[in-house]
Design a binder for this molecule. Structure first.
Ligand code: GLN
Length: 196
């Protein structure tokens, strides 16, 4: 039985939940308190407003608890605002979790390209082109030595993996495609198998 947590302080929680349900995950925890993490094998940090989620996180034992969760090797996936929460460096702002060796530009696409859709192949995830939805998205301007680029789009890094942590500037939960959630669940499965 796999239990996946979704950080539920603010942002797009139901959409991730629906995708996980479609992939057969029945146990999903809307994580609001640190104690709820113990039941989870993987954690999704959803999109939303990183300043709002981050402020609540900073005032809660959840910040330390998520750090501990990731350091145990349990998979964590940040989408959009979730990516910002994971980043070590955020342009012009203090970081939150600082678990991922990346520098990010918040709202990096500026006003003109505020939100857009495209498709791209992410070989690590699927051979098929995946639909990608960007909404006031950040992009990654720098990565540390332990970080693998999963997708670069028009010279900008938009998906990365560092051991058990993945982060995407875009929102797979807002498309019909389940590939990225399936990929995350595979990471959870692998981490679980390694524990045995
Ligand atoms: N622009 C938002 C932020 O900086 C992120 C947008 C999103 O998650 N779709 O937090």
């Amino acid at each position: 039985m796999t239990t996946i947590g979704i950080l539920a302080l603010q942002g797009g929680i139901e959409e991730h939940q629906a995708h996980l349900n479609r992939l057969g995950i029945k146990h999903i925890v809307a994580v609001k308190k640190a104690g709820q993490l113990a039941a989870c094998q993987g954690l999704i940090l959803p999109g939303g407003e990183s300043t709002a989620i981050g402020k609540t996180l900073r005032e809660s034992p959840l910040l330390q608890a998520i750090t501990g969760f990731a350091k145990q090797g349990k998979p964590v996936w940040g989408t959009c605002a979730g990516l910002i929460l994971l980043a070590q460096n955020i342009s012009g702002e203090n970081n939150y979790l600082g678990l991922l060796q990346i520098s990010v530009c918040r709202n990096g696409y500026g006003r003109q390209l505020d939100s857009f859709k495209t498709t791209a192949v992410i070989p690590e995830v699927s051979e098929q082109p995946l639909p990608l939805v960007f909404i006031r998205a950040p992009y990654i301007s720098q990565i540390g030595p332990g970080v693998k680029v999963l997708l670069k789009l028009n010279q900008k890094i938009v998906a990365v993996k560092q051991k058990n942590i993945i982060a995407t500037s875009f929102h797979p939960e807002l498309t019909d495609d389940l590939s990225f959630h399936r990929y995350f669940l595979e990471l959870v499965q692998t981490a679980n198998d390694q524990k045995k």
